[in-house]
Design a protein around this ligand. Structure first.
Ligand SMILES: Cc1cc2nc3c(=O)[nH]c(=O)nc-3n(C[C@H](O)[C@H](O)[C@H](O)COP(=O)(O)OP(=O)(O)OC[C@H]3O[C@@H](n4cnc5c(N)ncnc54)[C@H](O)[C@@H]3O)c2cc1C
Length: 414
């Protein structure tokens, strides 16, 4: 039977004990029926896909679903088969092998007749020739091109951010380099207190590294959870030797310390920068496509050149560019269908929870926060339920809350 993880939207076999993409447990799974196969046409068109992430893979599969005969080629600049990127922080101390993290194995791509070319860095798009040029000077000619090059970690202009003790986590290579460094580290600073930064801090804590997390905001996960939960989570972190420093911003990174704007100096031989992402849109921009915060697409995921579509972290649809796995997958499925058939179903705006498993606790938050709320504190768990017209419209849960998560998912019909 197939199940869907309500946290990241991934669909997989119910024999999995945890979601292979985001590590959520079975309380976050809901049964789904098998996806229907489109009545596939068959052409000999050439589809070229740039990128090796969730968007690229799902666009390729959607094209194959709609066109049996098409030649589909996927080009990634990474050395690995497309993999479950969210596991890089969730599984930093675990098995970071390609086999363990791959979304599909080589045999699967062969069976789907998707030619996967690894280690191929796209350099430019020559729209007049309908060709992509790679850094090794080779070219790939297309009838339709799907631009799915994702995003880069954003590195703010902090002095010393290129030092050898400074890391960001975007790729498998990044995660492996960071993991290799953990054995030599004693004190770490994580710049950025979002979910990724907190997951990295938890991994450091488990590796015995005393860690400080710098939060730009005055309150942890401000705007996402309310103050009681922020304080409880920060307390949990401290119990695991992770200090959250509110209203703290780094101005300089040295080999053995981080200096803050308020002149404080924190000892650190390891620094991780986790301050958001920026869409990889430069190649599109240089090709003359419309780019704002990301590559602008219409409801059919077409860029300003109708033979080039874009999806995932690098795309901006309806003014919004998301940086979520679930959105990358949903957009790519629609973009692939659109590229192959000229139409696609609207993807809507499903509600996805935010979860964090760290510091020996689980945080789960979803939906709206309203005035009409009920707070329960029992056995060390904290649960806030939010109502509108007596209907559950949101919840924040902290602790050992598997049962409560199931209740919220069922009641809110996520
Ligand atoms: C550590 C981490 C944890 C995360 N956790 C979560 C989570 O819990 N939940 C969630 O919803 N989201 C999470 N995300 C975000 C999620 O992984 C992204 O939204 C998703 O991967 C976007 O998919 P994508 O295919 O659009 O882009 P990407 O995954 O960035 O893939 C883009 C691909 O294109 C390749 N590429 C780039 N430039 C070129 C070029 N010039 N030529 C060829 N190939 C190129 C890249 O190397 C990469 O393979 C996390 C991200 C990270 C890094």
């Amino acid at each position: 039977m197939l199940v869907r993880c309500v946290v990241c939207g991934e669909v997989f076999d119910d024999s999995e004990l945890v979601c292979p993409v985001c590590g959520a447990g079975p309380e976050s799974f809901v049964p789904v029926s098998s996806p229907s196969k489109d009545s596939a046409g068959s052409t000999s068109r050439r589809f070229v896909i740039l990128g090796g992430g969730a968007a690229a893979v799902n666009a390729a599969l959607a094209i194959r679903n709609a066109d049996e005969g098409a030649a589909i080629s996927l080009y990634s600049n990474e050395a690995y088969l497309p993999y479950n990127r969210p596991m890089l922080t969730k599984g930093l101390l675990g098995d970071l092998s390609e086999e363990r993290l791959a979304i599909h194995d080589r045999a699967f791509y062969k069976q789907m007749r998707i030619d996967v070319h690894l280690g191929m860095e796209a350099f430019s798009i020559q729209r007049d020739m309908k060709a992509v040029i790679f850094t090794d000077s080779s070219a790939a000619f297309y009838d339709k091109l799907v631009y799915a090059m994702g995003s880069n970690a954003f590195i703010p202009p902090i002095e010393g951010s290129k030092n050898s003790n400074v890391f960001s986590i975007r790729s498998l290579d990044d995660a492996r380099s960071l993991k290799a460094r953990l054995g030599q580290a004693h004190k770490a600073v994580v710049i950025g207190a979002g979910v990724l930064g907190l997951e990295a801090a938890w991994a450091f804590s488990q590796a015995g590294i005393e860690t400080c997390v710098l939060d730009n905001a005055a309150v942890l996960l401000a705007g996402k959870i309310d103050l009681r939960f922020s304080e409880a989570l920060a307390k949990k972190a401290l119990e695991h030797k992770v200090t959250i420093l509110p209203s703290a911003s780094a101005v300089r990174i040295n080999e053995d310390s981080v200096e803050l704007a308020d002149s404080r100096r924190l000892e650190a031989d390891l620094v991780v920068i986790s301050t958001g992402v920026r869409a990889r849109s430069l190649i599109a921009q240089l090709a003359g496509l419309e780019v704002q915060r990301a590559v602008v697409v219409d409801k059919l995921f077409r860029t300003s050149d109708p033979d080039i579509l874009a999806c995932g972290d690098c795309a901006q649809c309806d003014g919004v560019s998301s940086s979520l796995w679930s959105q990358a997958v949903a957009q790519a499925q629609a973009a692939g269908q659109s590229a192959a058939t000229g139409s696609c179903a609207a993807i809507g705006t499903p509600v996805y929870p935010m979860t964090l498993s760290a510091f020996s606790t689980t945080l789960f938050t979803v939906g709206k926060k309203t005035e009409d709320s009920r707070l329960e504190s029992l056995n060390g768990n904290m649960c806030a339920y939010y109502y509108e017209d007596s209907k559950l419209v949101g919840a924040t849960l902290l602790g050992n809350v598997g049962k409560e998560i199931s209740y919220v998912i069922r009641t809110m019909n996520l």
